[in-house]
Ligand binder design. Structure first.
Ligand code: ADP
Length: 591
């Protein structure tokens, strides 16, 4: 019996004298132990899975894996070291059974040294059976003694793409050579650690690229806002000068043609710059609606009035069909008109000359339906959903490019949605025309009294006013002075803030039109100083600036301005506004 126990079985004679294999008790015990070990490994892995599920923090995940690896080796000590590319060394990412002092003493590990450093560099398992005798760990011998380490089993952490990331090591207090099962467990757990490290790195890379995108997006918005502002500044004096030339200019038809050409180009520039401004307002969520009850007919009439020159220039025939009953919507009439202007302008732009454009408004229950149909070049089916996306243009080759920015429909959609409505498009394809449909929730008609008051308020007689203009852009100030004088006002122009304050004392303007960024004193300070004077409250102070964001408007109103107008302002509109200012006090603070 004793003989057979060594090789696992003995040969014993049976009743008939033949020899048969008989399994010894020792072999049985060994098998039983192996089975029990496997059960323990499995249950450890099961516990590990549930621990890993409970946390999203990589250090905790690595610690759980490391503790599991140490337990699988029957020890409690271990380290996971990861390669830090910035210092070209391995640093401790998780530790079990080592205190702060030990980790401090270890510091970071030079690749190629110690068990972890070698496993990392050589990309293979490293076993130090006895730290007292292995020359490869001589530099760490003192530390090993101090931390009660006599043996180490290290496995490399290799990423899916084959990159060495670090090492997982377990430590023993007595000399030890890992069994096959222990090696298998170490490999398995190293793979698990790699999985979690890679997942975390992928998440970090994703977050970093999202941050970069957000930053790029923010800078783009900022750039567009600054660009629009900078482009607006030179447009203001150009527009003023043009207006002046139109009022006073030569009757020579060639000069008139040249003037009209400049006028058209400036208008186009103003439109593009306005679109740019709108993009940054939309993306920063800064569009605020000045809501009121508006007759739909007014919204439509205003839109048609603005788009008419473009429609006429292309000799299109426009038909407008309004419902017989008055319809009202709750909203910002300027913004709603802008939606329809965009659709009418597009219809004019994307229809060959002499086409037919139809705008038709109907009621469908509680909804107003406004359709803008054209007989133009149409939209391919694949682009129907995409034309509302920002910066989207249908690619038709440069010959058909209409010089837009691909912003109009995105803006129209956003504005319609802000009014609780929606906008859709249909087209049967190339050459078949397009039809855009705007749906808006309807409101009940206002009382007759309110309507009468509205009508009464609509008529003001412009009057002659004393106006002080201050702008460090001399062309801007002078051209505005000329325009306002032509409209019958008495105007003085100065080119810095200090001059504005001192001239105001003597000239006692009823209206001041102030640029904000001026030398000596800025527009805010001029406004503040004028308001401090006994006569200052009665002055209507208008900010005329390139900055048109909501926060800019808020800032001027808070500083004491009555109105905030964005350059370039239509000189005729400004002259009319000034003429309407009530002598007893400032004009309504809107705008
Ligand atoms: P823009 O006109 O400045 O390019 P929009 O956002 O207004 O930008 O329109 C986006 C694109 O949709 C246009 O470039 C054009 O290709 C297409 N589109 C818009 N309206 C029409 C229309 N009525 N007919 C044909 N294509 C149109």
């Amino acid at each position: 019996m004793a003989l057979g126990a060594r090789c696992g079985y003995v040969l014993l004679p049976d009743k008939r004298g033949a020899f048969r294999r008989r399994i010894t008790v020792d072999v049985l015990r060994e098998t039983q132990e192996r089975l029990a070990e496997q059960v323990r490994d499995l249950s450890r892995l099961y516990d590990l899975s549930s621990r890993l599920e409970q946390t999203h923090e990589l250090p905790e995940q690595l610690l759980a894996i490391l503790q599991c690896a140490a337990a699988a080796h029957g020890t409690t000590q271990g380290l996971i070291c990861l390669f830090d590319d910035s210092i070209k060394r391995l640093v401790v990412a998780a530790r079990a059974g080592f205190d702060d002092a030990a980790v401090r003493a270890l510091g970071s590990v030079e690749p190629g040294t110690g068990a972890s450093g070698r496993a990392f560099t050589e990309r293979r398992r490293v076993i130090v059976m006895d730290t007292e005798t292995d020359p490869a760990v001589a530099p760490y011998r003192e530390l090993a003694r101090a931390t009660n380490v006599r043996a180490v089993h290290s496995v490399p952490l290799i990423s899916g793409s084959g990159e060495a990331m670090g090492a997982l090591s377990v430590h023993f207090s007595t000399p030890h050579f890992p069994s096959e099962r222990e090696m298998h467990q170490a490999d398995l757990l190293a793979q698990k650690a790699v999985l979690y490290i890679e997942r975390r790195r992928a998440e970090e890379a994703l977050r970093a690229s999202a941050r970069r995108l957000e930053e790029a997006d923010r800078r783009k918005d900022q750039f567009l806002a600054t660009l629009a502002h900078e482009l607006r500044n030179p447009l203001a004096p150009m527009r003023n000068a043009l207006h002046f030339m139109q009022l006073r200019g030569s009757r020579d038809p060639e000069m008139q043609n040249a003037r009209d050409m400049i006028d058209r180009q400036v208008r186009q520039m103003v439109r593009l710059v306005d679109d740019l401004m709108e993009v940054s307002r939309i993306t920063l969520g800064q569009i605020q609606l000045q809501s009121e009850l508006v007759p739909l007919a007014i919204v439509i009439t205003n839109a048609v009035e603005v788009s008419r020159p473009l429609i006429d220039a292309a000799r299109h025939h426009l038909t407008v069909e309004l419902p017989s009953e008055p319809l009202y919507v709750e909203g910002d009439s300027t913004r709603l008109s802008q939606v329809l202007q965009n659709l009418l302008n597009n219809a004019a732009k994307y229809t060959p000359p002499g086409g037919q454009i139809t705008l038709r408004a109907d009621r469908d229950g509680d909804t107003a339906i406004i359709r803008v149909r054209d007989t133009g070049i149409g939209i391919p089916p694949a682009m129907l959903d995409r034309v509302f996306e920002m910066f989207t243009q249908v690619d038709r080759g440069s010959a058909l490019s209409q010089g837009g920015l691909g912003i109009g429909l995105a803006l129209a959609q956003q504005l319609t949605q802000m009014h609780g409505g929606r906008i859709d498009v249909t087209s049967d394809g190339a050459g078949q025309g397009s039809e855009f449909t705007v749906r808006l929730p309807l409101c009940a008609a206002p009382s007759a009294v309110a309507e009468a008051a509205d009508r009464a308020g609509a008529f003001h007689r412009p009057a002659r006013r004393r106006v002080l203009v201050a702008d460090d852009n001399i062309d801007g100030a002078e051209s505005l002075r000329l325009n306002l004088e032509i409209h019958g006002h008495e105007v003085r122009a100065v080119f810095d803030g200090a001059a504005a304050v001192s001239l105001a004392e003597e000239f006692r303007p009823q209206i001041m039109v102030l640029d904000l960024g001026m030398p000596k004193l800025d527009g805010y300070e001029v406004c503040r100083r004028v308001r401090e004077r006994p006569w200052g409250d009665a002055v209507t102070i208008i900010a005329l600036t390139g900055w048109g964001q909501e926060q800019d408007r808020r800032r001027t109103l808070e500083a004491g301005f009555d109105r905030h107008l964005v350059k370039p302002v239509d000189p005729a509109y400004l002259a009319k506004l000034i003429g309407e200012a009530d002598e007893s006090g400032p004009i309504a603070a809107v705008g």
